[in-house]
Design a protein around this ligand. Structure first.
Ligand code: V47
Length: 430
């Protein structure tokens, strides 16, 4: 076929999508979208309208600010008692590539990170079969002793449940989880990362995540953390065996838990709850008499809460689910925008550049995301592009990406306070 052959042009979808008109009215008025609305956002051919609506609420919350941080990931060990199909990270102890770091090595990493100006360590690992609970507390203490200002965001919910099992503290269930979190907080834990949520659905769980904790237990761990005043994040790992309605339900369950968590704070702020106790943070300026973002230490806020939703596209490479196609760029953009629209009581939406790629994260800043995560350095769990696990970007490159996308870079700490710095020395702005 000659290169100049005419390419058939596909007809545009007929007319406007009337469901989208109703959704737009709800969003503009600061109302809450239903699960059916969430599905309509997935089904509409007018994806640009979905992205534009997400951008509208993102700008209401954050204006042109786009957050990043200076951080380091430490994956202390990949030895794991589980063998989840979707995970390419885990190893058994005698398997090729199995590793574990000792406390001294972890402390060294923390010191190196501090010298490079990092404000946060993000530390997670597998469910290590023989490290005792005391090791985790001692390691946190050693990390904090070495660099007291470093925020330690560590351990996914399944690791916390594992630690509760091995802690031999007697207490079980919710109270046991709380007791373990209390010990970890005393040792230096600052917040929980959002990992391991996957998709809250028993069918999906049993097909792809068997052995890991179910959604209900994941939510309980985060509720316990919030009750102790620890903030946390939430992820959604999509694009594997789940279907779109299950993603929407995942978002709804997170939103309901956040409503219950924020209820007292919202009341103190004069933010009226909608029907069914809905706390919507993404409405127009006129609906909020005071600051709409919960901040640590803020009057009326005695609990922690979910700060950020992080949609994670599934990368099948090297996992047992390798046969599956990874989600497309457009699906990733749409999913992130829908998360912004559905999770109206989450202050932040993160486009984790490591998994989304930096150019895609730039696009996402205009489609609902207000945060692209940090400088990272080593990331062992998965990779979107290239070989190896050295995935580092500089502050200069992060700031450039944010400016290129038309936003204003703002360095934040883990709790989304603005950072002021002089080289590696830093503080949070008043
Ligand atoms: O829990 C595992 C996911 C998560 C694959 O809280 C995979 O700020 C894609 O939770 N393809 C870890 N994803 C990452 C995570 C995270 C990242 C950045 C910031 C924060 C935060 C949290 O990665 C795991 C799992 O859900 N994952 N395997 C895979 N093949």
């Amino acid at each position: 076929m000659p290169l100049t052959a005419e390419v058939p042009i596909r007809p545009l979808p007929p007319g406007r999508d009337t469901r989208m008109d109703a959704i737009e009215r709800t969003v503009r008025a600061g109302g809450r979208l239903s699960e059916a609305d969430g599905l309509a956002l997935y089904e509409t051919p007018d994806v640009h309208r979905v992205l534009a609506l997400a951008d509208l609420v993102r700008r209401r919350l954050h204006g042109r600010a786009a957050y990043f941080n200076i951080n380091r990931h430490i994956n202390y060990s990949n030895i794991c008692a589980l063998s989840c199909k979707f995970c390419a990270f885990h190893r058994k102890k005698d398997q090729d590539g199995a590793y574990e770091m000792d406390t001294a090595r972890i402390v060294q990493e923390v010191q190196g990170a501090a010298a490079a100006g990092a404000t946060e360590i993000h530390m997670v690992g597998g469910l290590h079969p023989w490290l005792p609970f005391q090791w985790y507390c001692d390691t946190l203490r050693a990390m904090k002793a070495a660099v007291p200002a470093m925020h330690i965001k560590a351990f996914t919910a399944v690791e916390i449940v594992h630690l509760q099992r091995i802690s031999k503290r007697g207490a079980e269930g919710f109270e046991g989880i709380k007791a373990v979190l209390r010990d970890l907080r005393e040792a230096g834990l600052g917040s929980l990362p959002g990992g391991g949520a996957e998709v809250f659905d028993d069918r999906v769980h049993d097909e792809a995540f068997k052995g890991k904790i179910r959604g209900e237990q994941w939510l309980d761990v985060h509720r316990a953390a919030h009750e102790l005043g620890l903030n946390s994040n939430a992820t959604m790992l999509y694009g594997h065996v789940e279907r779109r309605p299950e993603r929407i339900r995942h978002m709804r369950l997170l939103r309901e838990q956040q409503d219950r968590t924020l209820a007292d704070w919202a009341r103190a702020q004069g933010i009226a709850a909608g029907p069914d106790g809905a706390i919507v943070l993404t409405g127009p300026e006129t609906s909020y008499p005071k600051r709409r973002l919960p901040m640590p230490g803020q009057e009326g806020l005695s609990t922690g809460y979910f700060q950020t939703i992080i949609p994670l596209p599934f990368y099948p490479n090297e996992s047992e689910l390798e046969r599956l196609p990874a989600p497309t760029g457009l699906e990733n953009l749409r999913t992130l925008a829908i998360a912004r629209l559905m999770l109206d009581n989450f202050p932040h939406v993160k486009a984790f550049w490591i998994m989304q790629t930096l150019p895609m994260a730039e696009l996402m800043l205009g489609a609902g995301a207000d945060d692209i995560d940090g400088t990272v350095v080593w990331y062992d769990i998965t990779k979107a592009v290239g070989e190896g696990n050295h995935q580092e970007t500089s502050v200069k490159d992060l700031a450039k990406a944010i400016r290129d996308a038309g936003f204003e870079p703002v360095e934040r700490d883990t709790l989304y306070r603005r950072v002021v710095r002089d080289g590696a020395a830093w503080d949070v702005a008043e």
